[in-house]
Design a protein around this ligand. Structure first.
Ligand SMILES: Nc1nc2c(ncn2[C@@H]2O[C@H](COP(=O)(O)OP(=O)(O)OP(=O)(O)O)[C@@H](O)[C@H]2O)c(=O)[nH]1
Ligand SMILES: [Mg+2]
Length: 500
């Protein structure tokens, strides 16, 4: 698999100044030479160099020296074949020429020789013109010349397999490309730079040290005095577990940064959900009328709160539907409410609470709820004190008086959302865990460490503690993609030097 040379268009399709076609593998340079005509063959060129020329359809392999100044790109006169006089003054009579290959585009080739490249293999990046045709032509030529089309993520996979980056860094590359906010970008960048990996490596090292001590005691019980786990090892395990607690403590926020948050506005009809939705997104997107039952379908729009992408959705007012279309809209609103961990419950603050309000309130258990007491410009009728007791089941709540139409209280509402969603973390995102796969694996590691510490503390046999520590290491290794096996054994023997 790794001996195949892969190619792909690395840039997005469509009209653009440039497009880049990338090749990686042992034959990347040789294959590119078949489709490139510049001053000289790439085969003899040093790494990290740029070469201006033409991409051509690969009829014949590039022969060193045969390129000469042929087809020097950018010349207004076109290919050198059209200027035989210039050739003959320097080199004498023209040799018989092969037919000129078909030109595909004018390009610049960047050459990166292994191992100083993205994949640690020979890599060639061909910058051609953007648009629908150029990159496709260059790609087709490279395929014709012997490369294979890369699968999604295969360049990054090779960077991982060849040991340039670990698995967490490789996954962060995908996150970076998908990032829709500055914060999501910053988070992915910190992971690519290896901040999370370094924290996990350091953690694994500490756990491996503890395991080394425990196993050595088990294996050489007579030499080191018993199989019980000494207190300093138990406390080392506890501190590793605490480190994972900290790491996972930031995971909810980091995940929100990575994936964004969905936030439906719910409530009975006519309380001003659509008006508030429009006010928060700063656009008259949803229809607002004084007729209850105006909104039928869900309308969504994203805003950014503290660097997190929050997708608000306006929903149909919750009540007993009067006709089938409204019933569908209400079913969608109920679905949005049930599926969301956090909601904005809009209440008409200028009117008494109605049975329909109470029915909405009864569906808020276990949720984080921002109550928007709307229409505050009309004077308060329903106050926070009346709403508060209805939110007993909610996991977190904030109540804010607003006026959607007068644009009042919106900053307080946004701030309340930031607090509700815990987006107000002051520490940076560097090294945070955001990927659910990582969160799951590290949660398992934390549980194993907690069990290991508890077992060690209770005087359980070292084997039990070692078992849990090994599981913790394996789980952490799942994140970075590393394994322990061999070096664990090395560590045990190098540290204890029992000498038997
Ligand atoms: N005075 C005042 N009127 C408001 C305010 N917010 C909304 N309204 C009015 O209340 C009425 C209903 O507003 P909508 O936003 O359509 O209410 P809704 O909750 O989306 O209603 P449905 O879509 O029917 O569920 C409209 O006439 C709005 O102009 C406010 O803050 N102050
Ligand atoms: Mg509406």
């Amino acid at each position: 698999m790794l001996d195949e040379t892969i190619v792909a268009i690395a840039t997005a399709a469509g009209a653009a100044g440039l497009a880049v076609v990338r090749a990686s593998g042992t034959r990347a340079i040789e294959i590119t030479d078949r489709v490139f005509r510049g001053r000289a063959c790439l085969a003899g060129a040093p790494s990290h160099t740029l070469h201006h020329g033409w991409a051509v359809w690969p009829e014949a392999p590039c022969v060193p020296g045969a390129n000469g100044s042929d087809g020097e790109p950018g010349d207004s006169g076109g290919p050198a074949a059209a200027r035989p006089g210039a050739e003959s003054t320097r080199r004498g009579p023209d040799p018989p020429r092969a037919p000129e290959p078909r030109r595909l585009d004018e390009v610049v080739v960047a050459l990166f020789r292994a191992p100083r490249s993205y994949t640690r293999e020979d890599v060639v990046e061909i910058s051609c013109h953007g648009g629908r045709i150029s990159a496709g032509r260059v790609l087709a030529a490279l395929l014709r010349a012997g490369a294979r089309l890369a699968r999604p993520g295969e360049f990054t996979l090779r960077a991982f397999v060849n040991g340039r980056i670990d698995l967490a860094q490789a996954e962060a590359v995908a996150d970076l490309i998908r990032a829709e906010t500055e914060a999501a970008h910053e988070l992915a960048l910190s992971q690519i730079a290896g901040e999370l990996s370094r924290r996990l490596d350091e953690l694994s090292e500490r756990v491996t040290d503890s395991l080394g001590e425990v196993e050595a005691r088990v294996d050489f019980a007579e030499d080191v005095g018993g199989v019980e786990v000494p207190p300093h090892v138990v406390s080392a395990i506890r501190s590793a577990s605490a480190e994972l607690d900290t790491l996972l403590g930031g995971a909810a926020f980091a995940r929100a940064v990575r994936e964004g948050v969905r936030l439906p506005l719910v409530g009975r009809p006519n309380v001003g959900k659509s008006a508030l939705f429009n006010a928060l997104i700063g656009e008259e997107r949803a229809i607002v009328t004084d007729l209850p039952g105006t909104t039928r379908d869900r309308v969504s729009e994203a805003i950014e709160l503290n660097g997190v992408r929050v997708t608000l959705s306006d929903t149909a007012g919750l009540r007993a539907p009067s006709e089938p279309v409204e019933a569908i809209g209400i079913a969608r609103a109920e679905q949005a409410l049930d599926q969301s961990r956090v909601v904005v419950w809009v209440v008409d603050g200028a009117a008494p609470l109605e049975p329909e309000d109470l029915r909405v309130a009864s569906r808020l258990d276990e949720k984080r709820v921002l109550v928007a007491l709307n229409k505050r410009d009309l004077g308060p009728v329903t106050r926070a004190a009346e709403v508060e007791p209805l939110l007993d089941g909610a996991s977190r709540r904030r109540i804010v008086a607003v006026s959607a139409t007068q644009r009042e209280g919106l900053d307080e509402a946004r701030q309340a959302l930031v607090e509700l969603l815990e987006l107000d973390r002051s520490e940076g995102l560097g090294g945070a865990v955001s990927n659910p796969r990582h969160v799951e694996a590290l949660s398992r590691a934390r549980e194993s460490l907690a069990r290991a510490a508890a077992a060690g503390c209770a005087g359980a046999p070292g084997e039990i503690v070692a078992l849990e520590l090994r599981e913790a290491l394996e789980a952490i290794g799942e994140v970075t993609g590393r394994t322990v096996g061999e070096d664990l054994l090395d560590r045990i023997f190098s540290r204890f030097c029992v000498g038997k």
